[in-house]
Design a binder for this molecule. Structure first.
Ligand code: F6P
Length: 332
């Protein structure tokens, strides 16, 4: 059954793409965009490999069946890329030409801050409206409580750390586990709390190695294992560097290091990511039809919210003091 109407809108053809690092839930978002577009009698094109495909003219007409059986799958069926060509004038002009050739009236771009920064630059030479959907495991965008992929990623980390805890406990070892997040510590923060980590090191708070060393040497005597979660962007260095410094100061510690890497980006999206991605994709198509442009669709306090791209990319995490205090108390 058709719902809503597209009578007033001049939008007839839209394109959807995924760009930057893939994130679980991107497929659920693509599905929502395609099926919502079809509901409003739009022609929906998928652009392969993000902005790279826009430059290389990789536009594929989609229908309801194109997005069957993908809501539960990780990765992105449209493929993705970190396009260097899109940062050049020639690349942008080629992308503009292809949008015009296909008579695209609006673009839905699913990605992170690089994607939205690219869209802002592109907006200076091309008037086709863009709506962004926050798709990144890092959760480092302003204007949404959770980005698509973040919930799945922190669950993946928590599950991995549970496994590490089993072996750490058996051997009485200290593990330094490095997680992704680029410059942001949000993956480390939440997954660290969820896995009961003894310490969490994030770039948003100063990392004092002497305090960490004291904490690890003076902790409860009956604790046989300890887990330190380190955000990859921490200013004190990566997990190997920090572990090396700790080992020098406390040679008696039996230390191991695990860098979780790209397993954090894969896997079936959690129910929360699927629901958020569906809501965001659906709202993004309606936003285009209502004349919105150059904004990111997010969810703030359970409600859909729109934030201009320029503001969305300026995310600075102000760590919640109560949360930090709680982490210290619960790690004792
Ligand atoms: O932005 C997502 C992310 O996974 C970051 O956490 C990480 O720093 C980066 O991408 C890795 O990028 P790539 O897969 O291109 O090496």
């Amino acid at each position: 059954m058709k719902t809503g109407s597209n009578k007033k809108a001049r939008i007839k053809k839209i394109a959807v793409l995924t760009s930057g690092g893939d994130a679980p839930g991107m497929n659920a978002c693509i599905r929502a965009v395609v099926r919502t577009g079809i509901n409003y009698d739009l022609e929906v094109f998928g652009v392969l490999r993000g902005f790279e495909g826009m430059i290389e003219d990789e536009f594929v007409l989609m229908n309801a069946s194109s997005v069957a059986n993908i809501i539960h799958r990780g990765g992105t069926m449209l493929k993705t890329a970190r396009s260097k060509s899109f940062m050049t004038k020639a690349g942008m002009l080629a992308a503009k030409e292809n949008l015009e050739y296909h008579s695209i009236d609006g673009v839905i771009a699913i990605g992170g801050d690089g994607t939205f920064r690219g869209a802002v630059e592109f907006g200076k030479i091309c008037s086709v409206p863009f709506i962004g959907c926050p798709g990144t495991i890092d959760n480092d965008l302003f204007g949404t409580d959770f980005t698509i992929g973040y919930d799945t990623a922190i669950n993946t980390v928590a599950e991995a750390v549970d496994r590490i805890r089993d072996t750490a406990e058996s051997h009485g070892r200290v593990f330094f586990v490095e997680v992704m997040g680029r410059d942001a510590g949000l993956i480390a923060l939440r997954s660290g709390i969820a896995s009961g980590a003894e310490a969490i090191l994030i770039p948003e708070t100063p990392t004092k190695l002497d305090e960490l060393i004291e904490h690890l040497s003076k902790g409860r005597k009956d604790k046989s294992s300890k887990i330190v979660i380190i955000a990859e962007g921490d200013e004190a260095g990566g997990a190997f560097t920090i572990a090396g410094k700790v080992k020098k100061k406390i040679p008696s510690l039996d230390i191991r290091v695990t860098v979780l890497g790209h397993i954090q980006r894969g896997g079936n999206p959690s129910a929360m990511d699927r629901v958020n991605a569906s809501r965001i994709g659906f709202a993004s198509v309606e936003a285009l039809l209502h004349g919105k442009k150059n904004v990111m669709t997010g969810i703030v306090d359970k409600k859909i919210a729109f934030t201009p791209f320029q503001k969305a990319v300026k995310h600075i995490l102000k760590p919640d003091e109560t949360l930090l205090r709680m982490i210290d108390i619960l790690a004792k």
